[in-house]
Design a protein around this ligand. Structure first.
Ligand SMILES: Cc1cc2nc3c(=O)[nH]c(=O)nc-3n(C[C@H](O)[C@H](O)[C@H](O)COP(=O)(O)O)c2cc1C
Length: 171
């Protein structure tokens, strides 16, 4: 959008639990006060807007593709996200996105619960995402290969993506 990213980082504290909910398209249906504070928006500016309103250009496409592939298959996701605030600043989170269902089992909404990202995970993930962006921008998008190689180096694969992320967060 029209936001110019800056180097200003916002702190996500240990006590912060940043929550939002989305409909089947990922459009925002709810955001809690700490989400609004960090993102720098009023709730009415966010409702019915896509979650990509806080997408940071440093986020590789393949991470969101993996997110949506899992969600569409009905699976929860653990993943690291760098988000963009309205004022151009950024904040990193460790997100848990789950598919909520109604009592009859039908789709209800998506719920993302984000917490502070561990220092150890940041040390690994930030350079990985930079590499994924570079691979994504080469003549032939090689980000899938780079991601698979990284996961293999962690003893994981795309199928065990969540386990690898949980392990990084708790390392
Ligand atoms: C519940 C939920 C929460 C999401 N939270 C974020 C988020 O915090 N930041 C973000 O960039 N994308 C988030 N997404 C993913 C976006 O829907 C979108 O796929 C992503 O921003 C990439 O934008 P694009 O698909 O338009 O390229 C979330 C999706 C869902 C379903």
């Amino acid at each position: 959008m029209g936001i110019i990213p800056t180097d200003k980082e916002q702190e996500v504290r240990n006590i912060d639990v940043i929550i939002s909910k989305g409909d089947a398209n990922g459009d925002i249906t709810y955001a809690n006060p700490i989400f609004l504070k960090l993102a720098g928006y009023q709730l009415d500016e966010l409702l019915e807007q896509p979650h990509s309103i806080i997408r940071h250009p440093d986020m590789p496409k393949i991470i969101f593709k993996a997110l949506w592939d899992s969600l569409k298959a009905g699976n929860d996701v653990h993943t690291f996200v760098k988000n963009l605030s309205k004022d151009g600043s950024f904040y990193w989170v460790y997100a848990f996105v789950r598919v909520a269902t109604n009592p009859d089992g039908s789709f209800r909404n998506y719920v993302s619960t984000r917490k502070t990202m561990s220092t150890k995970a940041r040390e690994i993930i930030e350079p990985l995402y930079a590499k994924l962006i570079e691979a994504q921008n080469s003549v032939i998008d090689e980000s899938l290969v780079v991601l698979e190689e990284f996961l293999a180096s962690q003893g994981a694969s795309l199928e065990t993506f969540n386990d690898a992320m949980i392990k990084l967060q708790n390392a």
